[in-house]
Design a protein around this ligand. Structure first.
Ligand SMILES: *Cc1c(COP(=O)(O)O)cnc(C)c1O
Length: 412
């Protein structure tokens, strides 16, 4: 294939080009780099986040609450912005819980899931009066013990490891033997024990997987999730007030991938609502999403510090790398390395004149940000923008690897 025929990258939207330069939140990326004062950096666009929540809400049936899964992007300014848009925050550590509480959100709208919660973390969560998604019968006993010492009745939900998985998911987090949740078939016994303890039963948390771009697969998992919740509710000490049906909505990262058809996702869920109402009564159905809400709102900006040719191949060496953006390098769970969307920010409307490899500054062959990409000629000093960097970027990368300074993050 020639340079021009290759699929360039996954579709990207929301970042207009003005005077040849990529913009974010109405600001030229080159100018934003001056404001930040150093490269590399992450830039997030709050307008895109707002827009994505609005579009999703417009597609979803009434009665579905939206939670933001903070681990996708825990920057406090981002979490505060999201807290104003969604109905709840899902945290996965006591550290994330503190950021969530700082937003001023009602603690009952914060839920804490995750394996390996320590007694110290549980004590803090109980004191904060948030909802704890219990991962095992053992964790339930520890919660009851700690709550007894504090003299309170904590709100608890049972995280269920479903007896199915979300098919064709980027990351499977349910089905088969898993470290997450309690196997569905063991939940009735757990509910029996729960009724004997001084615990306030809130509901179920059923999360099957993430990064899914197939509407039918999402629908199939949602249908099975609601049916499973109905079955389990029959064994509960009281009817659940909340059922978290997971999320799993993906975003396109790689050439050939397309954004989800939200109308189709919404119609599917809408068709399940009568069944959910009949089987679960006046329950709050929650969807928890991370990357879908914030991933497309973020850019990772690096500067080209060297341009070299090795045996005929062009290498653009940047001051960034996998220590900040591990997932884009292909080393965050991917089997095959594929390119995230990338542009030379200062020549954003330039045609692909050459094929170039974009690499980072780390002394390891794993540090690749773009392989054989069709790009305008990149020169030393030019800024490179990696898209889909609003989720699982900085906080999911080995920041200390090779001892470079921590990049700044900015929300515009
Ligand atoms: C990571 C995680 C999420 C968010 O996944 P995304 O792919 O970012 O939407 C939601 N719920 C749970 C329980 C998670 O562990």
């Amino acid at each position: 294939m020639t340079v021009a025929e290759k699929p360039v990258h996954a579709p990207i939207e929301g970042f207009p080009i003005a005077d040849h330069c990529l913009t974010i939140g109405g600001i030229a990326v080159t100018r934003l780099a001056e404001r930040v004062g150093s490269t590399p950096f992450f830039a997030y666009d709050r307008g895109i986040m707002t827009d994505r929540v609005a579009k999703l809400r417009a597609a979803l049936p009434e009665g579905i609450s939206l939670h933001y899964a903070m681990k996708a992007n825990p920057m406090p300014a981002v979490v505060t912005h999201m807290a104003g848009l969604v109905d709840g925050l899902d945290v996965a550590s006591a550290g994330e819980m503190m950021t969530a509480l700082d937003t001023g959100i009602d603690p009952r709208d914060i839920s804490f899931a995750g394996p390996g919660k320590t007694d110290a973390e549980l004590a803090r969560a109980i004191a904060a009066d948030i909802v704890i998604n219990m991962e095992s019968p053992g964790e339930m006993e520890r919660i009851a013990g700690i709550a007894g010492i504090q003299g309170v009745t904590p709100k608890v939900a049972i995280r269920v490891n479903p007896d199915f998985e979300l098919k064709t998911s980027g990351m499977k987090m349910g089905g088969g033997p898993k470290q997450f949740g309690t196997d569905a078939e063991k939940v009735p016994d757990m509910l029996k024990r729960l009724a004997e303890l001084d615990l306030d039963f809130y509901g179920f948390h059923i999360f099957a997987g993430s990064q899914n771009l197939r509407e039918e697969a999402l629908f199939e998992a949602q249908e099975k999730t609601i049916d499973l919740a109905i079955r389990l509710a029959g064994a509960a000490p009281r009817s659940p007030r909340m059922v978290n049906i997971g999320g799993g909505l993906g975003i396109p990262y790689f050439p050939g991938e397309k954004p989800l058809n939200l109308m189709q996702v919404g119609e599917g869920l809408n068709s399940l609502m009568p069944r959910a109402k009949k089987g679960l009564g006046a329950v709050e159905l929650v969807m928890e999403l991370g990357r879908f809400l914030v991933g497309p709102a973020g850019l990772y900006i690096t500067r080209i510090v060297d341009r070299k040719i090795s045996r005929g191949r062009v290498f653009l060496v940047t001051d960034g790398g996998l220590h900040h953006q591990l997932a884009a390098s292909g080393n965050f769970g991917q089997v095959l390395r594929k390119n995230y969307p990338v542009l030379i920010a200062s020549k954003a409307d330039g045609a692909g004149k050459e094929e170039a490899d974009i690499v980072g500054c780390l002394c390891t062959p794993l540090d690749r940000l773009g392989d054989k990409m069709a790009l305008p000629e990149g020169e030393v000093g030019d800024l490179v923008a990696l898209f889909q960097s609003g989720a699982y970027g900085l906080s999911a990368s080995p920041i200390n690897f090779l001892g470079h300074p921590k990049p700044l993050e900015v929300l515009v």
